[in-house]
Ligand binder design. Structure first.
Ligand SMILES: *Cc1c(COP(=O)(O)O)cnc(C)c1O
Length: 505
């Protein structure tokens, strides 16, 4: 006999008897989100963690509400009210995109059906759909028929996976000890390269960074020198990681020259296109990725420049045979006799086992909108970033670092006359920019990012929303200038800047 309690618990399972309740619950959740999205007049409430933490701590997880609506009401308070909304035109901070509705349909379907993409017997058509999308992406890159790949949780995992394959290839060919392996990337490359090297058990000196030019692109002459230095020192360059869209500057390393150097040196070329992959569907800017087809492996983050919800990412390889380096056989999952019978599985290609059917989001996006429409959205934000650069560069209140070929803008507010005060003046500029970013976020009017360039603090916009107008950009620049100047006038004297001593707020 089952207890009445067990009967109540079972009513929460999605099945033939509860399908109608599922439909109603999903509709009510969708309505709440739609309402929030409609009403959001700013990207963020500006809430501080100290204010939100007690609300969340006060929720008694041992005492359920037994009601979808009540739990969603509570969720308004603990999450929805104060979440950061990327669809808002004044969210300008990180590489988070507004999402397209066809992808959200995919998300709703894939989580309810709950396919797992490790094996055919947990996904059936899901496996074939993912394979079609890998083929499609490989085609856009310009890879040949031997290409393959797999969806991943993000660029970090894709980069780790690529470097694992590169390490195995290098060791198969050169038989080098891990301590003699090197990975070369540029100073503007992503930190996940260093983390991957660590996880792969390479030595602390494994990642070598080479200089960038004025536009934050890897310098081929510096790469050539480093390849040569490694060769003469008896080190094995297991991979060169070029970045197609650096996180801070959107700069694209010169892929053809780098590919030539890698070919000469026999080094694996990985292209980290986590950000720049949107160019694969751009009709006006696809040429910026020329040379990517010569890579051995490529990281693409659909959740950055294809307007997909997190997570949706993939690793592509020019020669699918290399994926075997990550394959393991488990009798319960992918016995060899299945492969012999031609039954497809993806677990042989992935670092994950149970894995979301994230590919479905891209599938529905392509089937509803088509690739050109996605590319148009990305082109539009790149256009807007170019106009924003022109705006900020012509504004004497700001110093702008470089013109991004993609959609970032790195700049800083310059307090009038600050340079006349030497180092204390530069520190004042640093503090004023740090303050402006925080004050802006606390107001919720806009959210922007920050970074450092040559040890100084800068502000950063990452544009990924075609709804962000040039007026929005101009307005946020004014707000930042206002906050920064207020710091200089009112707060810096209190912090002791007048005496040129440096105190952090
Ligand atoms: C964002 C980013 C990554 C990491 O991707 P995640 O999806 O955040 O794991 C790697 N490389 C570059 C260049 C990126 O911009």
């Amino acid at each position: 006999m089952t207890s009445p309690h067990a009967g109540a618990a079972r009513s929460y399972l999605l099945n033939d008897r509860t399908a109608e309740g599922y439909r109603r619950a999903m509709t009510s959740a969708t309505e709440r989100v739609a309402d929030r999205i409609r009403r959001a007049d700013r990207p963020f409430s500006g809430v501080a963690p100290e204010r939100l933490a007690p609300e969340i701590a006060a929720v008694d997880l041992e005492r359920p509400l037994h009601d979808h609506a009540a739990a969603l009401d509570e969720l308004e308070r603990v999450y929805l009210r104060d979440a950061v909304y990327f669809h808002h035109p004044r969210y300008l901070a990180h590489l988070n995109c507004p999402v397209v509705i066809p992808a959200l349909l995919g998300e709703a379907v894939l989580s309810a059906v709950n396919s797992s993409l490790d094996t055919w017997d947990q996904s059936a058509g899901g496996t074939l759909i993912e394979r079609r999308l890998i083929e499609w992406t490989a085609g856009r890159i310009g890879f040949g028929p031997a290409a393959d790949g797999v969806f991943t949780s993000g660029g970090t995992q894709s980069n780790l996976h690529a470097l694992l394959l590169a390490r195995e290839e290098a060791q198969a060919i050169a038989g080098a000890a891990p301590s003699r392996l090197r990975v070369i990337t540029s100073a503007a490359g992503h930190f996940s390269v260093r983390r991957a090297a660590n996880l792969l058990g390479l030595g602390p000196d494994a990642v070598v960074t080479v200089e960038t030019d004025d536009e934050q692109r890897m310098r081929p002459d510096a790469l050539a020198r480093e390849l040569d230095r490694c060769r003469r020192a008896g080190l094995v360059v297991m991979a060169v990681v070029a970045t197609a869209g650096t996180t801070d500057f959107g700069s694209i390393d010169p892929l053809p020259e780098i590919a030539d150097l890698c070919a000469q040196a026999g080094a694996w070329l990985h292209v980290d296109a986590a950000y720049g992959c949107g160019l694969l569907v751009s009709r006006r800017r696809r040429h910026l990725l020329d040379g990517v087809e010569r890579a051995d492996s490529v990281t693409v983050d659909f959740h950055k420049s294809f307007f997909q919800p997190v997570s949706s990412s993939a690793l592509l390889v020019r020669d699918g045979a290399v994926l075997r380096h990550a394959a393991h056989h488990a009798d319960y999952l992918n016995p060899r006799r299945m492969a012999e019978r031609g039954i497809p599985n993806q677990v042989d290609k992935s670092l994950q086992t149970t894995r979301r059917f994230d590919a479905l989001k891209l599938w529905l996006t392509l089937r509803v909108m088509g690739p050109d429409a996605v590319g148009e959205l990305f082109d539009e934000v790149v256009d807007r970033a170019a106009a924003s650069y022109a705006l900020a560069a012509a504004d004497p209140r700001f110093e702008v670092v470089t013109r991004s070929p993609l959609s970032t803008l790195v700049f800083r507010y310059l307090p009038p006359d600050h340079l006349e005060h030497g180092d204390p003046g530069r520190e004042l500029a640093d503090d004023a920019n740090l303050y402006a970013r925080e004050a802006l976020a606390a107001s919720g009017e806009a959210v922007v990012a920050g970074t450092t360039v040559d040890g100084r603090h800068y502000l950063k916009f990452t544009l990924l929303n075609p709804e962000t107008t040039l007026d929005d950009v101009a307005h946020v620049l004014d707000l930042l200038a206002g906050h920064a100047q207020r710091y200089v006038d009112d707060l810096a004297p209190l912090a002791g800047h007048a005496e040129a001593t440096h105190v952090h707020a």
